[in-house]
Structures are given as C-alpha cells and as structure tokens.
Write a protein that binds this ligand. Structure first.
Ligand code: FES
Length: 104
C-alpha cells in the first residue's frame, strides 16, 4: 500500500510499503523525519512514534499492553491514537493512509 508520513518538520513522505513490512522499517529505509527506530523494532526505544488519524484506527488496530507502556515514554507527546510504528505491519487495507509524525 502507499502510505504517507506527514512530519513535524513540514515534509511529507509517500512510500510504497510492502505488505507485511513494519511501518517503522519502511519509514527508516526512506529517512522519514522523526522516525529513528533505534531499537530495531523491539519495543525498547519509543523513537518510532506516529499518530494515527482516528478513522484509520480500525485498520491499524490498538496497541497491546507492552506497547501501551512504552507509549508513555515517547518524547513527542502521546495522544489518544499514538502508536509505535514498529508494531504496525502494512496491509493492503492501509492504501492511502496518512500518519502524523509529531516533533519533539
Ligand atoms: Fe524501538 Fe519501535 S523501533 S520501539
């Protein structure tokens, strides 16, 4: 699916992501501003924070308990629909999704 990251820097990145790839990896591969993925996707760094528009939450799903705990330490302001993008795997249903990447 094609997914767009709208960054606090003002830049947007539209990327064709392979189904099954984590959104953190896709973003890191394309140097999306504000997505670092320092821990490699192991739920240990919280540097892959994105905010999912509410209408896309049924598609992305909700964070599990471990992710929920890690979301409390994001440095860029947790919101109601914050996620750690290493925990979201792309599916075809995500075609056209736009994610926000909050700044520090
Ligand atoms: Fe470290 Fe997502 S990449 S928590």
């Amino acid at each position: 699916p094609q997914i767009t990251w709208r960054c606090a820097s003002g830049k947007s990145f539209s990327i064709d992501v392979a189904a099954g790839q984590s959104l953190m990896e896709a973003a890191r591969d394309h140097d999306v501003d504000g997505i670092y993925g320092d821990c490699g996707g192991n739920l240990a760094c919280a540097t892959c924070h994105v905010v999912v528009p509410p209408e896309w939450v049924p598609v992305t799903g909700q964070p599990d308990a471990m992710e929920d705990d890690m979301l409390d330490i994001v440095e860029t302001g947790r919101t109601e629909t914050s996620r750690l993008s290493c925990q979201i795997l792309a599916t075809e249903e995500m075609e056209g999704m736009v994610l926000d990447v909050p700044g520090a």
